[in-house]
Write a protein that binds this ligand. Structure first.
Ligand code: ASP
Ligand code: MG
Length: 404
């Protein structure tokens, strides 16, 4: 008997009606003869609401207690879904992350999964039950409840699919799959039938919000077959799998990310250790840096620019100012009126001139590029925030992504 892991996000379980809808979908999969493990997120905005509640108590809630609080959101969903499945006349059992033995490191609010002890889930499946597991949470070896970071239910689903050797991991969400661009910006954007792990990972990390980046990374690492599809309309979604070499597209999709801020340190002295001092200070604040660009040193010094998430801008600028004297910086500039547009495609490796075409399309729109970063299958440009929509549309047109 095959095993399918189905993950339902917060919007899919936001109301009792939607929970019943999810129950029917899970039961239908069971009825088609598959074992089912369902992973659910907290209903609607519950996680945000719980965080807001904690903030009303204190500006600095202890991380352990925050995890204790946040883990309750998913517990609401698993219990209600189990009830809904029972009401459909099927056997189901809900399990917290701890009960499902999802073992994590002891790092609160952003723990990583160390492993899954599958015995309990196997027993429940063998007894013919549908197993419903709380997403986004796990347990340490000393029985402490942890959470996996925002959006972590995707990671739970992929980790379970891998540990259980599932035949498929379906991510049910509020969009119909992975698109060539955000359909809210580009009406002619197309749903992709299939995408490679590498492309999914690059798209997720550059702003496509359909799958959490860590989950995409895990799926790639353990070759977990994924499908991203809608919980509202019953239609085929996007399959994420090993790319077939022949069918590689030069550009598969255009992504954008508005959650970007740019920090620039100007007039830096030109000697070894400057970048180390600067980025050590940033890392000490646990701030993730995305792009880094250093200019050629001129008599007046060199500049280093880098990007961080907008919410990290203040901390990053502060850290840079703290070492400004040491690195000989004239000024530390922080700019949150920027955004990033990227093109992603596995066929880029073997096709020269793709980046040039991207820059040309932006130039014709009169869009100035402030920073550029590339990987083997992605080119990203930082531009003014107000120009994102035009940039995404121009790139979608340039690479003819509306055509199949
Ligand atoms: N409920 C958690 C969050 O809102 C986890 C998830 O939705 O995947 O971040
Ligand atoms: Mg959520």
């Amino acid at each position: 008997m095959s095993l399918i892991v189905q993950k339902f996000g917060g919007t899919s379980v936001a109301t009792p009606e939607r929970i019943k809808h999810v129950a029917r979908r899970v039961v239908a999969t069971r009825g088609a003869g598959h074992h089912v493990v369902a992973v659910v997120s907290a209903p609607g905005d519950m996680t945000d609401d719980l965080i807001a509640m904690a903030r009303q108590i204190t500006g600095h809630p202890p991380a352990r207690e925050l995890d204790m609080l946040l883990a309750t959101g998913e517990q609401v969903s698993i219990a209600l879904l189990a009830m809904a499945i029972h009401a459909e006349g099927h056997e189901a059992i809900s399990l917290t992350g701890g009960q499902a033995r999802i073992r994590t490191e002891r790092v609160h609010t952003r723990a990583r999964i160390l492993g899954v002890d599958r015995r309990r889930i196997d027993r429940e499946l063998a007894a013919g039950r549908i197993v419903i597991v709380a997403g986004f949470q796990g347990i340490t070896d000393d029985e402490e409840i942890t959470t996996l970071g925002r959006g972590g239910s995707d990671t739970t689903a992929v980790a379970l699919a891998s540990a259980l050797g599932a035949d498929l991991c379906q991510i049910y969400t509020d969009v119909e799959g992975v698109f060539t661009a955000d359909p809210r910006l580009v009406p002619e954007a197309r749903k992709l039938r299939e995408i490679s792990y590498d492309e999914m990972l690059e798209m997720a990390s550059s702003g496509a919000l359909v799958v959490q980046t860590r989950a995409a990374e895990l799926a790639k690492q353990y070759r977990v077959p994924l499908e991203v599809r809608s919980s509202f309309v019953d239609r085929e979604g996007t399959i994420v799998a090993e790319g077939t070499m022949e069918r590689r597209r030069v550009v598969t999709g255009v992504t954008h990310d508005r959650n970007v801020a740019k920090i620039t340190a100007t007039g830096l002295v030109d000697r070894p250790g400057i970048a180390h001092t600067l980025f050590r200070a940033i890392a000490d604040r646990h701030v993730n840096v995305n792009m880094i660009i250093q200019s050629v040193p001129r008599p007046q010094g060199a500049d280093i620019s880098f990007t961080v998430a907008r919410s990290d801008m203040a901390a990053a600028a502060d850290a840079a100012r703290g070492v400004a004297r040491e690195i000989g910086a004239e000024e530390i500039l922080a700019d949150d009126q920027v955004a990033m547009v990227s093109i992603v495609g596995a066929g880029m490796i073997s096709n020269p001139g793709v980046a040039a075409r991207m820059f040309g399309a932006l130039a014709r729109e009169g869009i100035n590029i402030e920073l550029i970063a590339t990987s083997e299958i992605k080119v990203s440009c930082v531009i003014r925030a107000g120009e994102v929509e035009r940039a995404v549309r121009a790139l979608h047109r340039e690479f003819e992504l509306d055509k199949a």
